[in-house]
Design a protein around this ligand. Structure first.
Ligand SMILES: [Zn+2]
Length: 405
């Protein structure tokens, strides 16, 4: 067999955490990146060697993964008579808007969301879909499943049910049978009356059908809301296989130190992923007094320090839950840096929107060594601070065309 020719791309930066411990990746350390000459073997990454220069003109990074979105709700704010409020006000306004959710409306808005995610370099996106009161699937579910066949992005859906509904085994079973393999069973957990029964059923149903789990949990600063610990307890009791992703976990930050540490320890032992969603939480939480007041935000640093895999997502885009934004995980990371005090070096945090985000929704992330270029993006940047601040980027496969010019 003919050996694949090696091509050289000078002055490339690779996030240090990505290359750490890998043989064949050597360069000059500059800020949060390793700088050198990238070796390509065909359309795969062969390694990094020291180059003549220590400054990079291009940054290679894994394709972002949007792990938490709501394509059924996005881009609706301009037709609502909504002038702000807390989570319950947003729920009410969004419920009223559902009368407009025809097939054409859903397709148009979701296409806009997917186009944004593609432009943001995403390789995959998980969207929740409000399930509603009936056990039969809502219109958005079938429309988006069809769109998942047509879009270049990997579009994964999570059925967003109420945890009280899942406490009914017949409801849980009927819903789960309408979730194809590769998609997720999701639920909203916030001071419901049958939380433990519902979560137990969610785990049982997901195990029976081999589905991933995804919870919206404790979206409040009120520490009496602690669905997160019930989820962790049941995950430990059942030894559930498959990714469990918990979004928000806002009340965790309001817990007394020893309670918070106890919960985080359980999350780490259960291998539960936590997705922080700063946009929606900053907009909806902490509205009881005058602004600025304490806002609800996931305690990302502490979670990570205690061994929990943390992810950062976009959540709502231009709807009643968040009236601004676009589907762009890099932008979500930029906001999380400010909202959650994520300190440099930023290569420690990049996995939260790339490789770890992929793991959290059950996608495999190839190791850098020998990985296909199609899994990566190239930014006009010399380090991650420039990327996170909004540098332009493109698919890394364009490197091949640039080399032949
Ligand atoms: Zn959400």
């Amino acid at each position: 067999m003919k050996a694949m020719a090696t091509q050289l791309v000078p002055d490339v930066a690779i996030p240090c955490s990505l290359a750490e411990g890998l043989r064949g990746f050597v360069g000059e350390c500059h800020s949060d990146c390793l700088v050198g000459t990238l070796l390509l073997k065909g359309d795969r990454i062969g390694g990094l060697i020291r180059g003549d220069s220590t400054s990079a003109t291009k940054l290679l990074f894994p394709a972002p993964v949007e792990s938490h979105a709501h394509l059924d709700k996005c881009h609706t704010i301009d037709r609502m008579q909504f002038t702000g409020g807390d989570l319950s006000a947003a729920l009410e306004a969004q419920r009223a808007d559902k009368d407009n959710w025809t097939e054409e409306d859903l397709r148009t808005r979701a296409t806009r969301g997917l186009t944004e995610a593609s432009s943001a370099g995403c390789k995959a996106i998980r969207s929740h879909v409000d399930w509603g009161q009936e056990s039969s699937a809502p219109l958005a579910w079938s429309v988006f499943l069809e769109m998942a066949q047509d879009t270049k992005l990997h579009l994964q859906l999570a059925a967003l049910t109420g945890i009280d509904q899942l406490a009914d085994p017949a409801f849980a079973s009927k819903v789960s049978k309408q979730i194809p393999s590769g998609h997720a069973l999701g639920s909203f957990v916030l001071n419901h009356t049958r939380t433990r029964e519902g979560i137990l059923n969610a785990f049982k149903t997901a195990a029976d059908r081999g589905l991933a789990l995804d919870f919206h949990v404790d979206e409040t600063t009120d520490p009496s809301s602690n669905g997160l610990e019930i989820i962790a307890d049941i995950a430990l009791e059942t030894g559930h296989k498959g990714p469990i992703l918990c979004g928000h976990a806002v009340s965790l930050a309001s817990q007394p130190d020893e309670v918070r540490k106890r919960i985080i320890d359980k999350l780490a032992r259960a291998g539960i992923f936590i997705v922080s969603l700063p946009t929606t939480n900053l907009y909806l939480q902490g509205r009881a007094g005058s602004v600025p007041a304490a806002r609800g935000i996931t305690p990302i640093n502490e979670l990570r320090d205690m061994g929990v895999q943390v992810v950062i997502g976009t959540d709502n885009v231009r709807d009643a839950f968040c009236p601004v934004g676009r589907h762009d995980p890099v932008r979500a990371l930029e906001l999380a840096v400010l909202a959650s005090h994520l300190d440099p070096p930023l290569d420690l945090w990049l996995p939260a929107i790339t490789t770890t985000a992929g793991d959290a929704i059950g996608l495999s992330s190839p190791s850098l060594q020998d990985a296909p270029l199609s899994e990566f993006r190239i930014a006009d940047a010399s380090d991650l601070s420039i990327l996170v601040s909004g540098a332009a980027h493109r698919p890394a496969t364009t490197l091949l065309k640039e080399l032949t010019r």
